[in-house]
Design a protein around this ligand. Structure first.
Ligand SMILES: Nc1nc2c(ncn2[C@@H]2O[C@H](COP(=O)(O)OP(=O)(O)OP(=O)(O)O)[C@@H](O)[C@H]2O)c(=O)[nH]1
Ligand SMILES: [Mg+2]
Length: 274
């Protein structure tokens, strides 16, 4: 699938991140636990230079917990990795503590009265939701589509911790075409930039191979010999039809994608650790 997705504001965001990194104590990098590699912000390595970094595998509640455990082992060498769910009110103390510990480890002789963190990540991975969870109430807008946060905003979590919310950034081109589909499946790419039928068929093929009971459990439809036939059968089962009883493929594709993204097909990780 040819995904044309790079919006103009990302170049501006990149410049904003570059000028802000030197002023913060730590970078809080948010990734999506369902796809920890595809959701790795590709410019972060360049931008962060050698700032202390804490990596959060957010949306862990939507990910396959066994795969998350494997990812935690594999990614250990990249630094401090914390599985997290911004929609569940627990473990937020662990995030703030990890940021503080990362700064203290880097500057052991400094007395730290307060620290600042730059929150970065790809679109829709939950940066703003993590900040709202840290703060304990809604202070920045979070919504289930990419491109919600439009500019850098500082939030005071408490007297000892300040964080900057930032717009999501992706990379200008994908080396691997599969990456675009993985990112689209977790909702990081605007829907108007992709073909929903192609994505729905990709999700069906992926689930049939890796989570073989997921489609049948949700839609009560046994996988057929092709993803196209399976999608059509799901539409008919759901009554998503147009004139003459034909399956409304565009509509059922959008429904399946939306349900997949919010976990209605079960806890699924799109990427597995090596
Ligand atoms: N289930 C679940 N949903 C989450 C979690 N974190 C965020 N969300 C949801 O994911 C959607 C996107 O969250 P945002 O915080 O707006 O994402 P963002 O990274 O700030 O997105 P942009 O500002 O568009 O780059 C929202 O609907 C959140 O409620 C999580 O840990 N679990
Ligand atoms: Mg946001």
């Amino acid at each position: 699938m040819d995904i044309q997705w790079f919006p103009g504001h990302m170049a501006k965001t990149r410049r904003e991140l570059e000028t802000t990194v030197p002023k913060v104590d730590v970078v809080l990098e948010i990734r999506d636990a369902r796809a920890p590699i595809a959701s790795t912000n590709p410019i972060i390595g360049d931008i962060c230079q050698n700032k202390p970094r804490v990596i959060v595998l957010n949306k862990a509640d939507l990910a396959d917990s066994q795969r998350t455990t494997e990812w935690l082992k594999q990614l250990k060498s990249e630094g401090v990795i914390i599985p997290f769910s911004a929609t569940q009110a627990n473990r937020k103390g662990a995030l703030a503590a990890a940021c503080l510990a990362a700064v203290q480890a880097r500057y052991p002789s400094r007395t730290l009265r307060s620290i600042s963190a730059l929150v970065v990540g790809i679109p829709n991975c939950g940066k703003s939701a993590v900040i709202n969870q840290l703060r304990g109430r809604t202070v920045v807008r979070a919504a289930n589509r990419p491109g919600v946060t439009r500019g850098l905003t500082w939030i005071k979590v408490d007297d000892t911790f300040r964080v900057a919310d930032t717009p999501g950034v992706l990379w200008p081109k994908f080396d691997n075409p599969e990456t675009g589909l993985v990112l689209a499946s977790i909702g990081a790419i605007k829907d108007d930039r992709l073909d929903s039928e192609t994505l729905a068929l990709w999700i069906i093929r992926f689930l049939s191979e890796k989570y073989p009971t997921a489609l049948e459990t949700r839609y009560k439809v046994k996988p057929l010999e092709s993803a196209e036939l399976t999608l059509e059968a799901i539409a008919k089962k759901r009554g998503v039809i147009v004139g003459g009883g034909k399956a409304d493929i565009e509509q059922i594709a959008s429904i399946l994608i939306a349900e997949f993204r919010v976990g209605k097909l079960g806890r699924v990780s799109v990427e597995a650790a090596a």
